[in-house]
Write a protein that binds this ligand. Structure first.
Ligand code: AMP
Length: 444
């Protein structure tokens, strides 16, 4: 999280000569993927998208800007303050999408994907989302999600598919996770449960102890109170009625199937009666993916992903009633966790050949050789930045190169090149025309 600068002092300075890079900093709640992190960032993203492809999901990309209307029924407390919005030149209220699901569902309808794709329709999307949330560690205002949806299937197997995909995907990245699950029941049982919950919190002595936010939410959305992390509210919650006692026959059966499948698939899960999720459109199964913190002093305690069933949302968005499930995974949080656990993801490049040069002319020749080898499919790297051989060989070592080709003035005149085995350090002078055959021999 960037340090907050002293805004008052800054504004007081008159005629300040603004030097970019010195006075500008990131907007609070945003994050750079720096050069140091970029490889891991890409690996995490590619690993997750690769997993989804293998599990039969097709990728789709939708715009960051959408009509505000689309998100009307998204957030628990439906607080428009959370949205970054503006009025467009067409006098439409536009938002920077706060999540990906609605854009995917809009596209599903707009391109008639129900007819175009095999059933159930499995889609995923990756990209930034924007929420004007309270600033906290691990909570950003612009962050990236991978979002997967299964549309058109009411059977429990579709939410299990999402949980299994996420669970195995994190395991594959080296993270031990657990799935937290709960059922919010169908519309009718949710209604009855909400009434009971409101009555419970209104009982004498309870309401006054609630935090201000819970007091405000009690009438509008009592389920949200179960999600509150304030100490007093959590204490009161211990005696609250539980949704499990209000589930209809169908909802109970649906949820027990989910649990049965998770057992069969050997997925580590935990039943959490307080899990309600921050989005208000869920029914029946909801879940979150949590890291299992072996390290006692782990500073990071946040869900890595979450989702659930939303059988009414497609219809609310103007389509015909269609059952669906979805989940979102936070890329920043996945990367933070991977870094925290010291997991190194960057794969060693295979049979890498590093090309070094020791003069301006040699640089041009080395570029020619680089391009010839690259076109032939060799895994080549070049250092354009420096003429220092020492620095270049250090870079080759860092990249774990198998061989280095070194060219200086002498080699340029002789039409030769130095071939260095990076493990043994042995170097030999070879004719430039034999580069490929000699490399092939070495790489065998
Ligand atoms: P949600 O869309 O709120 O269901 O969140 C799904 C996942 O997105 C979470 O489990 C996090 O990994 C990630 N996420 C949600 N909110 C934030 C945030 N403000 N900053 C960073 N990651 C977030």
């Amino acid at each position: 999280m960037p340090k907050q600068r002293n805004q008052k002092n800054r504004n007081n300075k008159k005629n300040v000569n603004i030097k970019p890079g010195k006075n500008f900093s990131r907007i609070l709640g945003t994050k750079d993927v720096t050069v140091k992190d970029f490889d891991n960032w890409e690996i995490v993203k590619n690993n997750i998208t690769d997993f989804l492809h293998r599990y039969g999901f097709k990728q789709i990309e939708t715009p960051i800007l959408e009509k505000a209307e689309l998100f009307k029924s998204s957030f628990r407390n439906n607080d428009p303050k959370e949205f970054y919005s503006f009025i467009s030149d067409k006098k439409e209220k536009v938002v920077l999408r706060p999540e990906l699901t609605q854009g995917i569902l809009r596209a599903y309808q707009e391109y008639n994907l129900e007819e175009e794709m095999p059933h159930p329709v499995r889609l995923f999307s990756v990209g930034p989302v924007f929420r004007q949330e309270k600033l906290q560690n691990g909570r950003y205002r612009q962050f990236n999600q991978v979002n997967a949806e299964v549309i058109g299937e009411d059977k429990p197997v579709s939410e299990v598919l999402l949980m299994v995909t996420a669970y195995n995907m994190f395991k594959d990245l080296g993270l031990n996770v657990e799935v937290q699950i709960n059922s919010l029941g169908d519309k009718d049982c949710q209604k009855e449960y909400k009434n009971k919950l409101t009555a419970f919190y209104k009982e004498r002595g309870k309401r006054s102890k609630l935090c201000n936010s819970c007091k405000k939410l009690l009438e509008k959305d009592p389920l949200a109170l179960l999600d509150c992390k304030e100490k007093e509210c959590m204490e009161i919650r211990k005696d609250a009625p539980q949704i499990a006692d209000f589930l209809s026959e169908d909802s109970r059966e649906h949820f027990s199937k989910v649990v049965e499948y998770l057992d069969e698939l050997d997925i580590r899960y935990n039943f959490d009666p307080y899990l309600v999720r921050g989005l208000s459109y869920y029914n029946d199964t909801v879940f979150e993916i949590w890291p299992l913190d072996e390290k006692e002093n782990a500073q990071f305690r946040y869900s890595l992903g979450g989702g659930g069933r939303y059988d009414n949302l497609v219809e609310k968005l103007g389509n015909k009633a269609t059952p669906a499930v979805g989940m979102a995974i936070g890329l920043e949080r996945a990367l933070t966790k991977i870094k925290e656990q010291g997991l190194i993801l960057f794969p060693k490049p295979y049979n890498l050949i590093f090309i070094a040069q020791i003069s301006e002319q040699a640089k041009i020749k080395s570029l020619q050789i680089f391009e010839e080898l690259r076109k032939e499919g060799y895994n080549v790297r070049h250092s354009f930045a420096t003429n220092s051989l020492k620095t270049q060989l250090e870079e080759a070592k860092e990249l774990d190169a198998r061989l280095s080709l070194i060219i200086g003035k002498k080699e340029l005149n002789d039409d030769t090149i130095l071939l260095r085995d990076m493990d043994s350090g042995v170097q030999e002078i070879i004719p430039q025309k034999k580069i490929k055959s000699d490399i092939n021999k070495k790489l065998k």
